[in-house]
Design a protein around this ligand. Structure first.
Ligand SMILES: CC(C)(COP(=O)(O)OP(=O)(O)OC[C@H]1O[C@@H](n2cnc3c(N)ncnc32)[C@H](O)[C@@H]1OP(=O)(O)O)[C@@H](O)C(=O)NCCC(=O)NCCS
Length: 263
């Protein structure tokens, strides 16, 4: 499968082969929500008011049915879960331990998606296909990943362990571990705690980057024809000087204002 940080065999050892009793798993899930959601006040509240957890618990049953080749009943159960919770998880999806789907509504997880342990998904997240592939066509989301609301992670790509996906992002390529990605299409803004600044428009892979690159090349060519670039004059220097003079004037008159004299 080739997903860095999460091989299928590891996933199976951690999850499918685990002999942890159902109630122990539920307790583990509740504990992990208590740790991750500052809004959670009690275990009873988590049991009764977190439809994202109900969706995961129902998925465990529908996934077992899927494994037993009870395909239609498994799909029907997953649709009951969708009606109840607003979360649509295909019974074939492989979900790791302590998955927390916060606010639940509108989350979609496709058939061949693989989700590691300690993953957090907010409302509206899609782990979906691009509509083009066959076979493994949904993403692999490694351990400890955080996905902000309404982000879309599309295709057979891998989001590396402990990475963060910004709200509203559309992720179309692999994300390395320990990174933060944002935007449409998503690009890296942090990696291993270091800020990543984009200096080359190629790195954004936006449809407009080609136009920007062509424009920059054209400007450079025109500058060369005119005998090299003009020395750089600080932009808006005159406006900045006006603003500074205005600020100085305000500071000079400040005590009139504070004494209620007005200006
Ligand atoms: C992605 C995220 C985790 C990054 O947080 P962070 O590490 O504190 O990053 P910063 O705020 O320093 O942002 C870094 C850059 O990315 C930009 N950015 C951050 N989040 C973004 C987003 N969702 N979409 C587009 N750009 C984003 C910032 O504007 C900043 O750009 P700049 O330096 O050019 O101004 C956070 O912004 C986010 O989206 N969290 C999701 C929260 C969520 O879903 N809440 C739901 C509650 S119901």
């Amino acid at each position: 499968m080739g997903a860095p940080g999460l091989e299928l065999e590891t996933w199976e050892t951690e999850n499918l082969a685990s002999t942890m009793p159902l109630f122990e798993r539920i307790r583990e899930d509740v504990r992990s929500v208590m740790e991750r959601d500052p809004a959670a006040r009690s275990k009873l509240e988590i049991l009764t008011c977190y439809p994202g957890l109900w969706a995961v618990w129902i998925h465990r049953v529908s996934h077992a049915m899927w494994g037993a080749k009870l395909y239609l009943p498994a799909r029907m159960l997953s649709q009951v879960a969708r009606l109840l919770t607003g979360v649509d998880i295909h019974p074939g999806a492989l979900l790791g331990r302590r998955l927390f789907i916060d606010h639940a509504a509108g989350v979609v997880i496709g058939e061949t998606a693989i989700v590691g342990s300690d993953v957090t998904l907010y409302q509206g997240v899609t782990l979906g296909g691009t509509g083009k592939g066959h076979g493994k066509r949904h993403p692999t989301v490694c351990d400890g990943v955080f996905v902000g609301n309404n982000a879309n992670i599309l295709g057979n790509i891998t989001v590396g362990a402990n990475s963060r996906v910004g709200a509203g992002s559309v992720v179309l390529n692999d994300v390395p571990p320990n990174s933060t990605v944002v935007g449409v299409p998503a690009h890296i803004v942090y990696r291993n705690g270091e800020r990543v600044l984009i200096t080359d428009p190629h790195d954004i892979k936006d449809p407009l980057s080609d136009a920007l690159i062509a424009l920059a090349a054209r400007v450079e060519e025109l500058e060369q024809r005119l005998g090299g670039p003009e020395p750089c004059v600080e932009p808006f220097a005159a406006e900045e000087a006006d603003r500074s003079a205005y600020r100085e004037e305000l500071e000079r008159l400040a005590h009139f204002v504070s004494m209620g004299e007005g200006i």
